[in-house]
Design a protein around this ligand. Structure first.
Ligand code: AMP
Length: 399
């Protein structure tokens, strides 16, 4: 893959697709700048070479046209501080003013474009819109792994206009290297931990993993579809009734392939979906009527931690329970502790985006695991074996 490392940006204007989709509070203050910090290395490399940087990103999900709360101008101060320079801002990502500002840009300078999604053409992958963006730079850099699974104008289509000058940034490169390491060179025992709400979201990746892992740990709401499929009674726990056969099939395939598939033996149950609900512990196969499983139980925790600590490769996607509520966060914290312990003992641990990444960050464990992916959906699709348009657009000469 062509990377920023083997491109000399001296005298060039680099059009860089970053993922600056950061959370803002009601005063437009950035509440988590992880994504900005992630992009710093790529931007610094371009500046250090003697290039200029034109940053483009989406922010949130604007419905139709500009909206104050989704304006990227709220990031200008933070970026100016980071790079110790006056970051300029183009209030429209295309058009005469953007072209003029890009033309005037000098080596070492940074221009931030307004939210790409203020144009519906962005998500449609409109080639005319992509071509207008392409006019702004001499080289295209894609460092937005989080949107690499989308064929949008700025994430893929724009690459067509830079047939010989398109490269991946460090974030993108690191994401792909880490995913490949787990998929292609996993040291055994390899344990995948899958949690979260639905089997239907994770079915493809679970199927892929059954060919690779030694242990498949299941947690979160999707556990109860497995328990129900296995003949258990699950009270009012979340369940996907149309996925019972699928759950049984996965259990059967796991057995055939010699994969140790683990469903939580016990659960923390509650009589309402609330942190103030009455709470109890019971076997996951015997949840009383009107009670629901909201976290893995103490025995499941211990069993899971044991397996995790004896693993050499760990992939984790999805919380073990409703970790947003403190009474149902213990299972997720326990698993996070075990992943940290295993990493200290030499295991390689990849935290796959979304809520599991949020949990690890919340606990302050980001530096205690091997890699925290920034792209939940993109990572899952990559691991499912799908081609990511954002990656293909850079890799393939005929894109
Ligand atoms: P996902 O986006 O599929 O990774 O799902 C994450 C969401 O699943 C989080 O918001 C959790 O609160 C939720 N979740 C995890 N376990 C349960 C459970 N046992 N019952 C209901 N929701 C759950």
């Amino acid at each position: 893959m062509k990377s920023v490392d083997n491109y000399n940006f001296a005298g060039k204007k680099a059009l860089v697709r970053v993922d600056f989709n950061v959370p803002l509070d009601k005063d437009y203050k950035i509440t988590d700048d992880t994504r900005i910090r992630a992009a710093v290395r790529t931007i610094q490399k371009i500046l250090a070479d003697g290039g200029a940087v034109i940053l483009m990103s989406h922010l949130g999900r604007p419905k139709s046209g500009p909206e104050e709360k989704f304006s990227l101008k709220h990031l200008v101060n933070r970026l100016s501080q980071e790079f110790q320079t006056n970051v300029m801002f183009a209030p429209d990502c295309i058009g005469d003013d953007a072209v003029r500002m890009a033309n005037d840009l000098q080596p070492g300078e940074i221009l931030l474009l307004e939210n790409l999604r203020f144009y519906k053409e962005e998500e449609k992958g409109d080639p005319t819109f992509a071509e207008k963006l392409a006019r702004l730079g001499d080289v295209y850099v894609n460092d937005a792994f989080g949107t690499a699974h989308r064929e949008h104008a700025s994430t893929a289509v724009v690459a067509r206009y830079f047939p010989n000058d398109k490269v991946t940034g460090y974030v993108m490169q690191a994401e792909i290297d880490n995913a490949r390491r787990v998929l292609e060179n996993a040291e055994r025992p390899f344990t995948a931990i899958m949690g979260g709400a639905k089997i239907s979201d994770k079915i493809m990746i679970i199927e892929q993993l059954l060919d690779r892992v030694d242990n498949l740990i299941i947690g979160g709401a999707m556990s109860y579809t497995f328990v129900k499929a296995d003949g258990g009674t699950i009270g009012s726990s979340l369940v996907e009734m149309d996925k019972l056969d699928l759950a049984n099939r996965l259990i059967k395939i796991a057995k055939e392939k010699g994969v140790n598939i683990m469903i939580p033996v016990d659960s923390i149950i509650a009589d309402a979906f609330s942190n103030d609900a009455n709470v109890d512990t019971c076997l996951s196969h015997h949840i009383p009527d009107n009670w629901m499983g909201l976290d893995i139980g103490p025995n499941a925790r211990e069993q899971y931690a044991d397996v995790i600590k004896n693993s050499k490769t760990i992939l984790w996607n999805g919380p073990m329970g409703v970790f947003e509520m403190s009474n149902f966060a213990v299972g997720t914290e326990f698993v996070a502790d075990a992943v940290v312990d295993a990493t200290r003992l030499g295991a390689y641990s990849l935290i796959g985006g979304g809520d599991s990444a949020a949990a690890v960050n919340q606990l302050g464990y980001a530096d205690k695991v091997s890699y925290v992916s920034t792209g939940g959906g993109a990572l899952l699709e990559y691991m499912e074996g799908k081609t990511l348009p954002g990656v293909a657009a850079i890799e393939r000469d005929d894109y």
